[in-house]
Structures are given as structure tokens and as C-alpha cells.
Design a protein around this ligand. Structure first.
Ligand code: IPD
Ligand code: CA
Ligand code: CA
Length: 261
């Protein structure tokens, strides 16, 4: 089955167009990696190029929608609808030639994400969801996993950055989770793909501090529509304001909150 709606079609088209440039640029990275200057500036340009294509495409189809995008910030317009964009999520992977990064686009309506796409252009994996219509990976319905004991789960996180205020706390949390699970905690370097993988049942849960709205916007709806939970570290809905995110299957949410206490 395929998830199609006017808004989904708009995002799919924009992502596919942007992905062509992203794949081409990724091919250049290897060469730049060995150059004296390194790929840093090129990656910054690539990020901006991808963002420009996404915004152009979305604006052609929906000229009045507002936009929040990582590189350019906010374009204020319509008060009801807003695109939330992360042109490359997993920039450090991209920079180092590691094929694990994604384009993330969510659509907010009246402060709620109603549809979203996370697209991994290298693996050609497109995670799509729309409120009330389920979550899909390349047109196949996806569901969160059904593991119910944290000990048996595969969980993922990111950070903390060197300068994070709560770095010590974040490391303690890592330590607690690390001693709660049999299989070591994963760190993949792309928060949006971490969330997509929870939705697809590949991971059972993810937690992370200090994520921005554009890192998680599309992931929120993709997890919820796959039957999972998205909360802050206390089990509440204030994860966007608090920037702390706990995304899980429907069974281990409480146990992960206990660990975070
Ligand atoms: C980053 C990635 C990373 C996460 C960071 C994010 P970026 O986004 O999602 O996995 O740990 O907190 O900032 O910079 O690659 O778009
Ligand atoms: Ca990001
Ligand atoms: Ca980014």
C-alpha cells in the first residue's frame, strides 16, 4: 500500500529532488577527504544547496505556508501551517563519508505535526507518515517493535556535545542505560534516522537531550503513527520545549522513564 495525499506528494517530490544533489555531493566528499583543505566548507555549501531546493519546491506548491529550517531559520507566513526542515541530519557522518544521514521534513498544523518524511538518500529508504493514516517505509506499513523488557532491547542515543550544560547528567543517563541492557547502546549520529528506526521496529527506543525541533519534527509523527510513544524524560508532552526526547515502542516507555529518574 502507498501513502498518498496532497501534502505527502509535495514533500516526496521536494525530498527526491533535493536527494539527487545530496547524493552527488556525497560522491565528492571522498575526494575532498584527502585534500589539504578538507570537506568542511563544501559540506556547509551542500547543506545550504539542499535546503534551498527543499524550500523552493515546498514554496512552489504551498506559497503561504510558514517555514522553520535549520540553516535559514524562520520564514513567517501562514499562522496555521509550517514546514519544519532539517536539510541534512547527520552532517558529521556526511562530512566523514559515512553513508548514514537523512533529509527530514515535517508539516505542522496548529502546533501539531500532521505529516512527515525522513529520507535516507543513500539507502533509498523513505519513512513517511500522516496523522490517522499510518507510517510507511518505501510503501510498506511499519510498526514499532513489541519487546517489553528493557534488558532485551536495542536502544540508541546521541551526544552529549562537549559544551553541553547537562553533559555530566547526560553521561550518567548513558551509564544507567548501558547497565540496563544486554546489547550495548547504539550511537549512529542521525537523530531523525534513530527515530525512523524506532518506528520501523529496528530500535526499541531512543533518548536524547538537547535536540532541536527540526531534528525530531518528522520523527514525532512517524513514531506515533507506527504505534510508538514520544514523550519527554518524565513521560510528558513537553519534549519540544524541553528538548529532551524519549521515543519508544509502546511497552518500554515506563521502564525507560524509571531509568531516567
Ligand atoms: C545532529 C544529529 C545528531 C545529534 C545532534 C544533532 P545535524 O543534527 O541529529 O545525531 O546527536 O544533536 O544536532 O547537525 O547533523 O543536523
Ligand atoms: Ca539535525
Ligand atoms: Ca542539519
Amino acid at each position: 500500500m502507498k501513502l498518498t495525499s496532497a501534502n505527502i506528494n509535495v514533500i516526496v517530490k521536494a525530498c527526491r529532488k533535493a536527494a539527487k544533489v545530496l547524493i552527488r555531493d556525497f560522491g565528492e566528499i571522498e575526494k575532498l577527504q584527502v585534500s589539504l583543505k578538507g570537506p568542511g566548507d563544501f559540506v556547509t555549501l551542500s547543506d545550504k544547496r539542499v535546503e534551498k531546493i527543499l524550500i523552493e519546491e515546498l514554496q512552489i506548491a504551498r506559497p503561504n505556508y510558514s517555514i522553520l529550517s535549520e540553516e535559514i531559520g524562520e520564514i513567517k507566513n501562514d499562522k496555521e501551517f509550517k514546514w519544519i526542515i532539517d536539510p541534512i541530519d547527520g552532517t558529521s557522518n556526511f562530512l566523514h563519508g559515512i553513508p548514514h544521514f537523512g533529509i527530514s521534513v515535517g508539516l505542522e498544523h496548529m502546533d501539531e505535526i500532521i505529516c512527515g518524511i525522513i529520507y535516507d538518500p543513500i539507502k533509498d529508504e523513505m519513512f513517511v507518515a500522516e496523522k490517522g493514516n499510518g507510517s510507511y517505509l518505501n510503501n510498506q506499513r511499519i510498526r514499532v517493535s513489541s519487546r517489553s523488557k528493557l534488558k532485551d532491547c536495542l536502544i540508541v542515543t546521541g551526544g552529549p556535545r562537549r559544551n553541553l550544560k547537562e553533559r555530566e547528567i547526560a553521561l550518567k543517563e548513558y551509564d544507567k542505560f548501558s547497565s540496563s541492557v544486554d546489547v550495548p547502546v547504539r550511537k549512529m549520529g542521525s537523530a531523525s534516522l534513530d527515530m525512523a528506526y524506532v518506528a520501523a521496529g529496528r530500535f526499541d527506543g531512543m533518548w536524547q537531550r538537547n535536540l532541536n525541533y527540526w531534528d525530531i519534527a518528522a520523527g514525532i509523527i512517524i513514531i506515533k503513527e507506527a504505534g510508538g510513544f514520544v514523550t519527554d524524560f518524565n513521560g510528558n508532552d513537553t519534549y519540544i520545549e524541553k528538548k529532551t526526547i524519549l521515543a519508544t515502542n509502546s511497552r518500554i516507555n515506563k521502564e525507560m522513564i524509571e531509568v531516567l529518574k
